[in-house]
Design a protein around this ligand. Structure first.
Ligand code: ATP
Ligand code: MG
Length: 416
């Protein structure tokens, strides 16, 4: 028990970390190219940020948050998503006073108390981006374009972009009424959570995970048929932008997203090649979030992309991830004097930018060679008393077993 990580969490061991470093560096690279800058916010926030931001009738807030009282009796929540904290920081630091729009990217752990399964963890990790300060659909297009191009660069092609419009508070009123009318005769069969949602936020019922509710909402009125002129025009703009960029998509009127703050654009990148948890990236526009959590009326748009699911998908695609650079030089020492000499030489090699190692467990010569082999070192360099007095060493290429004499003074140049 004590030596098992908590349910739904995972260790990433050194043997695998290079995959994370790779996707992290590639994500940072593309974000910077698109003009997004990194923001880091705390792991925990005041609980109210999420009840207000994500919405108190969502699954996340009702069932999934890691919420606790700290010793000062404040209600604290480990962040279940990255958008509300970014918006909070944007408001707190009055970033809206700078030239707009503001473009952030982030890499963050997220915490949700869910039923752990393949692609579903209790601590998972997200890449995300946000654009604050414009309602123009060019921003939505840029957000989708970045996700699309990143996934493509990660070698993923069996993925589908699905887009929808979830409307705005104005057109949602009509849809809400139609939905309630549709659900009224089915009310008694709804799960308890959805009975409450029926009054407070019936659209959430469309996103309920209960199979019974999912069956009941078949054929329910679709938001896309109730869009007001402004939302309709925005959706047209978005499609036209995506068309002109050559980004293919399908319209999926069933996308509602699991967070209340979305307005207009909602989208997902979905695959069928990693099992039931096929949504790798989800996002959309949130024109009232910033106001809802206490800021000025400033619109926004962004996405969250699950890193674990991305890595699963890359595996399924046999995407190429460069393996870590091997150890260039391994110094084998013979005797006490050589040991001290070697550790100094090791330092010089490392300072010169060469990935170098020696056996700090100080095994015998045979043991050192074995160790060098296990570490996959490219070259071994043997140093004993003779080598020190001669000022030259023998350098052996492990793969071919070829050896040559090299002056110690030339060693760095030779290895480079
Ligand atoms: P799902 O429909 O799978 O529950 P979601 O709509 O709750 O996803 P978002 O809140 O939009 O997901 O989060 C964005 C992305 O984060 C998802 O597309 C997914 O890749 C990833 N993600 C969400 N929840 C988890 C989880 N519990 N474990 C691993 N990854 C997750
Ligand atoms: Mg979810």
């Amino acid at each position: 028990m004590l030596t098992n990580a908590p349910k739904g969490t995972k260790d990433t061991l050194p043997a695998n970390i290079y995959k994370w470093h790779y996707v992290e560096s590639k994500f940072a690279e593309i974000c910077k190219k698109f003009g997004f800058n990194e923001i880091r916010t705390p792991i925990f926030e005041h609980t109210e940020l999420f009840t207000r931001g994500v919405g108190d009738t969502t699954d996340i807030v009702q069932k999934e948050m890691y919420t606790f009282k700290d010793l000062g009796d404040r209600s604290i929540t480990l962040k279940p998503e990255g958008t509300s904290p970014s918006a909070r920081a944007f408001i707190e630091h009055k970033q809206y006073a700078e030239i707009q729009p503001t473009k952030y990217y982030y890499v963050t752990p997220c915490f949700r108390y869910e039923k752990p399964q393949s692609g579903r963890l209790r601590q998972f990790h997200q890449f995300g981006i946000e654009i604050f300060g414009t309602g123009n659909m060019m921003a939505d297009s840029e957000v989708i374009c970045l996700a699309n191009d990143f996934l493509q660069e990660m070698g993923i092609d069996n993925i589908e972009l699905r887009i929808n419009s979830v409307g705005c508070p104005t057109c949602r009123k009509k849809h809400r009424e139609a939905l309630k009318q549709f659900l009224e005769p089915k009310y008694d069969a709804l799960c308890d959570t959805c009975k409450v949602r029926y009054d407070k936020n019936p659209m959430r019922i469309l996103d309920c995970k209960s199979p019974v509710c999912q069956e009941l909402v078949q054929g329910a009125p679709l938001m896309i048929d109730y869009l007001c002129d402004d939302c309709k025009e925005s959706f047209e703009q978005l499609k036209q932008n995506l068309d002109s960029m050559g980004i293919s998509y399908v319209i999926d009127p069933k996308i509602v997203r699991g967070l209340d703050y979305y307005t207009k654009t909602a989208f997902e990148f979905v695959t069928s090649s990693i099992g039931a948890q096929g949504t790798v990236c989800g996002g959309g526009r949130y024109d009232h979030l910033i106001e809802e959590i206490g800021g000025p009326p400033i619109p926004g748009v962004g996405f969250g992309l699950g890193i674990e699911r991305l890595l699963m998908l890359m595996e399924a695609n046999n995407s190429e991830i460069p393996t870590p650079e091997p150890i260039k030089a391994f110094i084998v020492f013979i005797g006490e004097e050589a040991k001290f000499f070697s550790q100094k030489l090791l330092r010089d090699l490392r300072k010169a930018g060469i990935k170098a190692e020696m056996d700090i467990h100080a095994r015998n010569v045979k043991g050192q060679f074995k160790y060098a082999d296990r570490l996959g070192a490219e070259y071994t360099i043997v140093i004993g008393e003779n080598e020190i007095s001669e000022g030259s060493v023998s350098m052996k290429e492990m793969a071919t077993s070829t050896q040559k004499k090299v002056k110690i003074d030339d060693l760095i140049l030779e290895l480079k």
